[in-house]
Design a protein around this ligand. Structure first.
Ligand code: ADP
Length: 326
């Protein structure tokens, strides 16, 4: 059994729908198991500047349905230095906080890994990112909501694309990962997805044009993952204008609306399960692990594995998209 008595919770990096459900779950499961729970505001920044409040169960009432994060989030350059992390550790000690739960993406968990190793501090991570780009877990908190938002937006854009007989490039988030673009394309019946994972292997735009992607249709929608590797929607549209001037091409960049909104049932459920599992992990003396879900089971993924940036895209889905867009 562990001798941990308190847990600090923070959200860091890009916000994601479902972070509040995760904060609620860690707080309630923590208090249920006898821990003191502290909310740390503004991520690592607030940890260094001591923006910390003890949480009761009421602090997390009525938040499961809210997007964003009640703890706020921030980026913090200082935490990337050993001196900054020393300040953060001193603040934790002052409050007698002896473990941390970090909810965030790849950057936040990278920081957590350094911090845990330098100070022998038990840290458990929760994958909070719409990009789904953490390895060792099938999904991340916020990904399903963002996917649904993308699907609704593309449904709307399709009305215009069809009425005007246009080709639309719709840029979605993903930070160098194509999960949102590929699965968003399948969900919205788009013609194609241009994703970084295969952009270096094939010229996806040239292939689409070669195959005559409009065929019998009077409009086409292509989802593009934001990334220098794909060239983004603007870059691809410019190429079409230069190389294939017959196409009436338009661009829509969905941007920050993909991050917001009330989390879907799926995101609320995984955030709740992962939050409770984070407390179990601390009780079991597990440390330096990210909570993941694989085949609907909770798994504990070492930080080193989670942040490896090698989460493979499912190529069968690419093939499915191709077959269904004829
Ligand atoms: P995300 O967690 O969404 O990927 P960022 O990449 O912006 O977001 O990271 C969030 C924060 O995590 C950074 O502002 C910084 O404080 C911390 N962080 C990121 N990378 C590192 C690193 N290599 N070392 C220490 N801290 C880091």
């Amino acid at each position: 059994m562990s001798n941990i008595k308190s847990i600090g919770i923070l959200t860091s990096g890009g916000d994601a729908p479902g972070m509040n459900a995760a904060i609620r779950a860690v707080t309630r499961a923590g208090i249920y198991s006898g821990f003191k729970v502290y909310g740390i505001y503004r991520g690592y920044k607030g940890l260094i500047t001591d923006e910390i409040e003890e949480f009761s169960t009421q602090n997390v009432s009525n938040i499961i349905q809210r997007g964003g994060t009640i703890l706020k989030t921030a980026r913090c350059k200082e935490f990337e230095t050993p001196e900054g992390r020393q300040c953060a550790y001193d603040v934790l000690k002052r409050h007698n906080i002896d473990s941390l739960c970090v909810i965030g993406g790849d950057g936040s968990l990278t920081g957590a890994r350094y911090f845990a190793n330098e100070f022998q501090l038990p840290i458990v991570g929760l994958p909070g990112t719409i990009d789904n780009d953490l390895a060792g877990t099938d999904t991340t908190i916020g990904y399903d909501t963002a996917l649904n938002t993308i699907m609704e937006c593309v449904d709307k854009i399709r009305d215009t694309a069809t009425s005007h007989e246009r080709l639309f490039f719709i840029e979605v988030m993903g930070r160098d990962a194509g999960f949102l673009a590929l699965n968003g394309a399948i969900a919205s019946g788009a013609e194609a997805a241009i994703i970084p994972e295969i952009s270096t292997e094939v010229d996806q735009l040239a292939e689409l044009i070669k195959n005559g992607f409009r065929k019998s249709k009077n409009s086409s929608i292509v989802l593009v993952a934001e990334s220098p590797v794909t060239g983004g929607a603007m870059g691809l549209a410019q190429r079409v204008k230069d190389e294939y001037p017959n196409y009436d091409v338009r661009v829509s960049i969905l941007g920050h609306l993909q991050r917001g909104g009330s989390p879907t049932a799926h995101d609320r459920i995984i955030a709740s399960r992962m939050g409770a599992a984070a407390v179990d992990a601390l009780l079991d003396d597990q440390r330096n692990v990210m909570i993941g879900i694989r085949n609907d089971e909770i798994v504990y993924v070492p930080f080193s594995k989670a942040i490896k940036k090698d989460k493979p895209i499912n190529r069968d889905r690419l093939e499915t998209l191709r077959r269904l867009s004829i």
